[in-house]
Design a protein. Structure first.
Length: 327
């Protein structure tokens, strides 16, 4: 697997043009067997919804968190139903799609769940290549802007600025990890006195290794240059694994061991780097699971439920959430 590690990541970075909402054939067959025609119709409706842009997300409060020229980037905010006298923790999700496509609707159900658990849950838009003709470096800048916006508006939104989680899947997982590891690429016009670093990371089959790693297979110079072009920056500077430090927030990673888009070995490398720096990291691997396994509506939703329950437990351990059933 080490021999194909970086080559697989190049494939992810350069050719993943389809949204991670697409269900692989095996999972689709299983889902059809379990849920039949109703499930097929639901998936078709979700696919249509995912393609709409900007999306309409039911029950979400919509605010613009960033403007770049004529482009307005929205934050879709889910507030808990019950009022609170104290600031609440928040979680911000970034969708996947190879920095090329995708929609904030991917994490709509995650937001609904965590809002019910008492968090302010947000799924954020960001610029992608297919809609805005940008490189991945601009996606990173937008993710940092989103975290900074949440923290700067914490009082108004009822958020504890010291309990903000960045989460995401695939390329969105890369963005979440980047906000917690990479010190560059903040927008020059923003107030750097307000931190864009989250307090915890929730990463779903994230792209964490974007450059050569000692002891692993190297890219040839041609492929490395292609990767540099797609990223719009120096690969090492945009690779969360290469930027782990003693200041990296605690993280949990959910990753399928049968993932051929972003190999499981990359999650292991990040986990090892975190532990070398004395940082909290929990890697949760799933035997036989492919890329995108965690999404709501994938198969019988068992992976979605398992990952969301494990994330809940992790946030309880960090004192971001009270245990279920606690008053």
């Amino acid at each position: 697997m080490r021999a194909t590690l970086i080559l697989c990541l190049v494939g992810f970075c350069l050719s993943l043009n389809a949204s991670v909402f697409a269900t692989d054939k095996g999972a689709a067959d299983k889902g059809a067997a379990v849920k039949g025609t109703t499930n097929k119709n639901a998936k078709a409706a979700q696919k249509k919804k995912d393609k709409a842009y900007p999306p309409e997300i039911k029950d979400a409060q919509v605010e613009v968190y960033k403007r770049i020229g004529e482009v307005a980037l929205n934050a879709y905010i889910f507030q808990p139903e019950q009022a609170s006298a104290t600031p609440r923790p928040a979680i911000v999700f970034f969708f996947g799609g190879g920095w090329t496509s995708g929609s904030p609707t991917q994490f709509e159900h995650h937001c609904q769940y965590f809002a019910k658990r008492g968090m302010v849950a947000i799924t954020a838009d960001y610029r992608v290549a297919s809609r805005h003709d940008v490189k991945a470096v601009s996606c990173v800048a937008d993710a940092k802007s989103a975290i900074r916006w949440v923290r700067s508006n914490a009082d108004r939104l009822g958020i504890d600025p010291n309990r903000i989680v960045a989460g995401g899947g695939s390329a969105g997982g890369h963005l979440a990890a980047a906000t917690g590891t990479i010190g560059k690429f903040d927008e020059e016009s923003e107030d750097k006195n307000i931190s864009s670093i989250p307090n915890a990371l929730a990463l779903f089959n994230p792209a964490l290794v974007l450059a050569n790693v000692a002891g692993e297979a190297d890219l040839n110079p041609e492929k490395l240059e292609s990767l540099r072009e797609r990223l719009g920056g120096v690969p090492e500077e945009m690779s969360p694994f290469h930027q782990v430090s003693q200041a990296t927030p605690p993280a949990i990673i959910f990753h399928g061991k049968a993932d051929t888009t972003v190999p499981y070995r990359t999650a292991e490398l990040f986990d090892e780097a975190m532990k070398r720096h004395g940082r909290t990291c929990k890697l949760v691997g799933f035997e036989g699971a492919a890329h995108g396994f965690f999404n709501n509506g994938r198969g019988d939703d068992s992976y979605y439920q398992k990952t969301i329950d494990a994330l809940d437990d992790f946030l309880v351990e960090l004192d971001f959430l009270a245990p279920k059933g606690a008053k």
